[in-house]
Design a protein around this ligand. Structure first.
Ligand code: ZN
Ligand code: ZN
Length: 583
């Protein structure tokens, strides 16, 4: 699972409807330095992208909403061109290491924005990119200001919601069927955001009666606009003659999207080959471990002759060892405590455990996606609590909870807590928000963030977590197989025409996944491209960097030094961090 809302940054569509005003004028080297350039660029960027500004916690433009008509996309492309020209007036070689990274991040962000609009045309193909639910939920619930002030921002933000949804309907052009269905589901979900809890908040607030009336009226219009949008999409969906675009984007577009979204020197084909050979390697290692564990779990029962069947049989036994719906949150909280103790005892980080990291039951609106997630404060919001959220399984039907607990059994729950919590997403989120360059925090690179969390699972085992229990290694390799197969099915479906049945066979037989997970994964692969490659690619890039850094440092190498340096660059792409760390 991603750090909360992180994905939104990666697939962000830049939209801006106002031609640049005088005060947004791109700076030139006469303005003295790159240091001055950055805040001016960012301010202009947030102004042009007020919805993204909400997720970043940059409060200045919460009142604004960009109407996604065709002019707005033309303006957005112009915005990118102008700021790229401005960026290119700086001499790259003269910049400091930190500024070089920022330069590269800004350049990629702007080039990628133009590509998404002009080439990929996501504004036409993806109706799910139009949805006011998430940002309005954020305005309502994020504790950055008193409630009345947040509701005033909300009121201003949604005053043109009807025009927003009408513009969306007009610009959509041969979307994919899968994105259309996703947009229906997600916008229907957003209706909850504008439901009773929002109107109750309005009622309880200190707004004047007039302000309340205005806001309630706007909420009602927004609800109508969403409902109209949903029925428009349902009509398209039901039209048997409608010419949907194919959700498979093919090799050429995939390679381009891979380049912009991942920022790595690997090509998709190299990653596919690497993932395939890793799959064979992990299957082999798992057989060796499962074979030695056989006696412990099956006594003298005959071993299956098929090696994959033997692995599966041992994994099935391990799955029986799990927490109960009532104890799972406490178990995870205890694990976080133990993990914090472990990273201190082993001297792996300078992490200050006084940082507030809270384990809690997942808020209801996030539930249903994954057993756990990490929720960090937005980069501009410097104080706040980092949450490791766990779903409340006691509210689930018993059979579903049991299946969830078998998947996240005693062994798996440890990797989940490392990945989402400590020292994975929650801890990296804290480092990401440390004072330093904001560019590296707000344009977080998905493969760096996911690669880090996956890297931590392995790194903790290498350092003796769990006393090297073979059960833990076996389960870790099952997790690794999931990341390899994410690459295989992403590229396979998008570029090699894999069918749903091909995907089922691969995930079921070779990577030991359950039917529910497989269905979910296939669906995800039809409404994303290259995103499933983040985990394994990020891991590969981080491990390669660690090896090379170790060589460079020789006898001065320490793991803690590597970690602290690596994490000091916010959530920058590993490729850019590499350039300065190996210099
Ligand atoms: Zn993750
Ligand atoms: Zn059970």
């Amino acid at each position: 699972m991603n750090r909360y809302f992180n994905c939104l940054f990666i697939v962000l569509i830049v939209a801006c409807n106002n031609p640049q005003k005088q005060n947004d004028r791109p700076v030139t080297p006469d303005d003295n330095s790159f240091t001055l350039f950055q805040p001016r660029f960012l301010d202009a960027y947030w102004k042009a992208n007020p919805s993204a500004a909400i997720y970043a916690g940059y409060g200045k433009y919460y009142d604004e909403l960009i109407i996604p008509d065709s002019n707005s996309f033309v303006s957005s492309v112009n915005f990118s061109k102008q700021w790229l020209d401005s960026l290119h007036t700086f001499k790259y070689d003269d910049l400091s290491d930190n500024d070089k990274i920022d330069y590269n991040i800004i350049q990629n962000q702007l080039q990628s924005n133009t590509w998404y609009i002009d080439t990929f045309k996501s504004q036409q193909k993806d109706p799910s990119s139009y949805n006011l639910g998430g940002e309005c939920y954020y305005l309502l619930t994020q504790n950055y200001a008193p409630l009345a002030q947040r509701l005033q921002a909300l009121s201003a933000h949604i005053q043109h919601a009807p025009e927003y949804y009408i513009a969306a309907r007009n610009i959509i052009n041969h979307p994919t069927k899968e994105y259309t269905q996703l947009a229906i589901d997600q916008n229907e979900g957003s209706l909850d955001v504008f439901g009773a809890s929002m109107t109750d908040s309005v009622k309880a607030s200190s707004l004047t009666n007039e302000e309340k009336d205005t806001l309630n009226h706007r909420i009602a219009l927004t609800v109508d606009a969403i409902k109209n949008y949903v029925s428009f999409l349902k009509n398209i969906s039901a039209d048997k003659n409608y010419a949907f675009s194919d959700f498979r984007i093919g090799k050429e577009l995939f390679a381009q999207k891979f380049k912009y979204d991942l920022v790595t020197d690997y090509t998709p084909e190299e990653m596919f080959a690497k993932a395939d050979s890793a799959k064979h390697y992990y299957n082999k290692q798992m057989f060796i471990i499962a074979d030695t564990l056989w006696k412990k779990y099956y006594g003298t029962a005959p071993k299956p002759s098929d090696s994959l069947a033997l692995i599966k049989a041992v994994l099935d036994k391990l799955a029986l060892n799990h927490a109960s719906p009532q104890t799972v949150v406490d178990t995870a909280a205890k694990l976080i405590h133990d993990l914090e103790y472990f990273i201190k005892a082993k001297d792996l980080f300078n992490y200050d455990t006084a940082n507030p990291l809270k384990v809690r039951i997942m808020p209801a609106y996030m539930a249903g996606v994954s057993l756990a997630n990490a929720e960090s404060t937005p980069p501009y919001q410097k104080s706040g609590v980092t949450y490791y959220n766990i779903m409340d399984l006691s509210k689930m039907p018993a059979a579903d909870a049991e299946s969830e607990l078998r998947e996240y059994n005693t062994y798996s729950l440890q990797f989940l807590s490392i990945h989402e919590g400590m020292p994975g997403h929650c801890m990296q989120g804290v480092y990401n928000n440390k004072p330093g360059s904001i560019i590296k925090s707000v344009f977080g690179n998905g493969p760096m963030i996911e690669g880090w969390a996956v890297y931590c699972e392995q790194m903790m085992m290498e350092n003796g977590w769990g006393n090297n229990a073979p059960e833990l290694w076996l389960v870790l390799y099952k997790w690794r197989l999931r990341e390899c197969s994410n690459v295989l099915i992403d590229y396979g479906i998008q570029c090699l025409n894999y069918s749903e049945d091909d995907v089922y066979k691969l995930l079921k037989n070779e990577t030991f996944q359950e039917d529910g997970q497989i269905k979910e994964k296939y669906h995800r692969a039809t409404v994303s491209q290259a995103q499933l490659c983040f985990y394994f690619t990020g891991l590969s890039d981080i491990l390669a960097l660690r090896d090379d850094y170790k060589n460079k440092m020789g006898s001065n190498y320490s793991l803690k030094d590597f970690h602290e340096k690596f994490l000091s660059y916010g959530s920058a792409p590993v490729k850019y961090i590499r350039e300065v760390m190996l210099k």
